[in-house]
Write a protein that binds this ligand. Structure first.
Ligand code: APR
Ligand code: PHB
Length: 394
C-alpha cells in the first residue's frame, strides 16, 4: 500500500475536476486528480460545446483562454425554426452584451489537461477501483489501484467530480440523499459532419417529425442532432436516412438548409433531468454531473459544472486562507438554487422544442402558440436570452 496525502482529493478528470484543480492550483492549494479512464478517451469523447459567457470568462481567468479565443466561435444570437420559418433572436442585445461561444467540451478538457501538466500537479489516468472512505470524519481517504499498486490518499476534503455514474454520490447515505428526476420520452441522435456550417448561428428547430438542432465545431465541421426514440438503435440510421430526416426537419421558407458531407461520428444522447440534494455530506463536495444532469437542449451541463467548481474553489480558498467555513457550509444550498434555475430552463427548452409521441392536437397548437409568443414578445425573448447566455455563477 502506497500512502500519500493532499489537501483536496478530486475524483474525475472531466471539465469539473480539471477546472477545480486549476482554480485550486492558482490559490496554492494542493490537489490530486484521479481519473478512471485513459487520457485519450477523456480527450476524444465528443460532447456538447456551448460555453456561457461566465464559463468563457473563467477559462480566460485561469489561463486557459488562448486557443478558446482563437478557435471558439462567438454567437450573439440564435435561430428558432418552427412551422417552416426561422426567427432570429438577438441574444446579446437582449442580455446586456453577453453571448455564448461554441467550443467543443473535448477541446476544453484538452486545454485543461495541458494546464495541469504545466502546473506540475498530479493527474492520474487509469486509476482503478477508486473508493472513498470516512467522508463524515476529519480525514477522509481515497483508495485506488494504479499500475498494479494499491494506493491510499488522505485528504482534507474530497471533491466528487466523477460524473453521473461515479462513486462519490453513492457515498452519501440514502437516509440523507434525495433524488429528483425526470426521464424524457425521447433522445438525440447526434452527428459530426465534414461540412462547412451553412449558418453562423445555432438553429433550434421544431418540425412535425420532431426536434432538430444545427450547431458547429469549426469552419469545416457541422454538428447536428435530431430527436429520436430513447431506445433507438443507431444501426437503423444509415447516413442517407440521417440526412434525409435532418433536411426534412430543417425545411424552411427562406430556403436555408445545412450543408451535407461525410459523417465523421454518430451517437445517441439520452435526455434526463436529475438533481441530488444535498451537494455536500461531511467533507465530500459534489460538483458537475455527479450532482445534477440536464437535458442538452439548454446547453447547460458543462456550464453548471463550471459554476459549481468556481464556488467550491472560492469556499476552499476562504477555508485555507481565513479559516472560515461559512462558504463551505452554504455550498450546497447556493449550488442547488442555481442548479434548479438551470433545471427549470432546460426542462422548458426541451418541452417547448420536442414532440412527444403522446401529444394531441391541443398540445401541438399550444406548443406552436408558445413558440409564436416567444419570437414576438420582447419580454419572452429576453427571458430566453438571459437564461441561455447564463446567469451569474453565484
Ligand atoms: N473513478 C475515477 N474517475 C471516475 C469514476 C471513478 N469511479 N467514475 C467516473 N469517473 C470519471 C469519468 O471517467 C469522467 O472522466 O469522472 C469524469 C466525469 O466527467 P464528466 O462526465 O465529463 O462530468 P463533469 O466533469 O461533471 O462535466 C459535466 O460533462 O457529461 C458532460 O454534459 C455534461 O457538459 C457536462 C459535463
Ligand atoms: C452542440 O453544439 O453540441 C450543442 C449545441 C447546443 C445544445 C446542445 C449541444 O443545446
Amino acid at each position: 500500500m502506497i500512502r500519500s496525502r493532499t489537501q483536496v482529493g478530486i475524483v474525475g478528470a472531466g471539465p469539473a475536476g480539471l477546472l477545480l484543480g486549476q482554480l485550486l492550483h492558482l490559490q496554492g492549494i494542493d490537489s490530486v486528480i484521479l481519473e478512471r479512464s485513459e487520457r485519450e478517451h477523456v480527450i476524444e469523447r465528443v460532447r456538447a460545446g456551448v460555453l456561457e459567457q461566465g464559463t468563457v470568462d473563467l477559462m480566460h481567468e485561469i489561463g486557459a483562454g488562448d486557443r478558446l479565443a482563437r478557435e471558439g466561435l462567438r454567437h450573439d444570437g440564435l435561430y428558432l425554426g418552427f412551422r417552416g420559418e426561422r426567427h432570429h433572436i438577438d441574444m446579446a442585445a437582449l442580455a446586456g452584451g453577453r453571448a455564448i461561444t461554441v467550443y467543443g467540451q473535448n477541446e476544453v478538457v484538452r486545454d485543461l489537461i495541458e494546464l495541469r501538466n504545466t502546473a506540475g500537479r498530479p493527474l492520474c489516468f487509469g486509476a482503478a477501483d477508486v473508493s472513498i472512505h470516512d467522508v463524515d470524519g476529519a480525514r477522509p481517504l481515497i483508495r485506488y489501484r494504479l499500475d498494479g499498486q494499491d494506493h491510499e490518499l488522505a485528504c482534507d476534503f474530497i471533491a466528487g467530480c466523477d460524473g453521473f455514474h461515479g462513486v462519490c454520490r453513492p457515498a452519501i447515505p440514502s437516509s440523507v440523499l434525495r433524488i429528483y428526476e425526470r426521464v424524457y420520452p425521447f433522445a438525440w441522435l447526434g452527428i459530426l459532419a465534414q461540412a462547412a456550417p451553412s449558418c453562423d448561428e445555432l438553429v433550434y428547430s421544431l418540425h412535425d417529425n420532431g426536434f432538430a438542432l444545427f450547431s458547429m465545431r469549426s469552419p469545416a465541421i457541422t454538428r447536428l442532432y435530431l430527436q429520436c426514440a430513447p431506445g433507438e438503435d443507431l444501426a437503423a440510421w444509415s447516413d442517407n436516412r440521417i440526412w434525409a430526416e435532418l433536411l426534412t426537419r430543417f425545411t424552411c421558407a427562406d430556403g436555408w438548409t445545412p450543408n451535407t458531407g461525410t459523417i465523421l461520428q454518430k451517437g445517441i444522447t439520452q435526455m434526463r433531468s436529475f438533481v441530488a440534494e444535498p451537494m455536500q455530506y461531511g467533507r465530500l463536495y459534489l460538483a458537475g454531473d455527479a450532482a445534477h444532469i440536464v437535458p442538452p437542449t439548454g446547453a447547460k451541463g458543462l456550464n453548471l459544472a463550471a459554476a459549481d467548481v468556481w464556488r467550491l474553489s472560492a469556499a476552499l480558498t476562504s477555508f485555507y486562507r481565513k479559516g472560515t467555513d461559512d462558504e463551505l457550509r452554504s455550498y450546497s444550498e447556493r449550488g442547488l438554487r442555481r442548479t434548479w434555475r438551470a433545471q427549470r430552463f432546460s426542462w422548458w427548452m426541451t418541452n417547448t422544442l420536442h414532440r412527444p409521441d403522446t401529444d394531441n392536437p391541443f398540445d401541438r397548437r399550444r406548443q406552436d402558440a408558445e413558440l409564436d409568443y416567444l419570437v414576438r414578445s420582447r419580454a419572452a425573448m429576453t427571458s430566453l436570452s438571459e437564461n441561455y447566455v447564463g446567469t451569474p455563477f453565484d
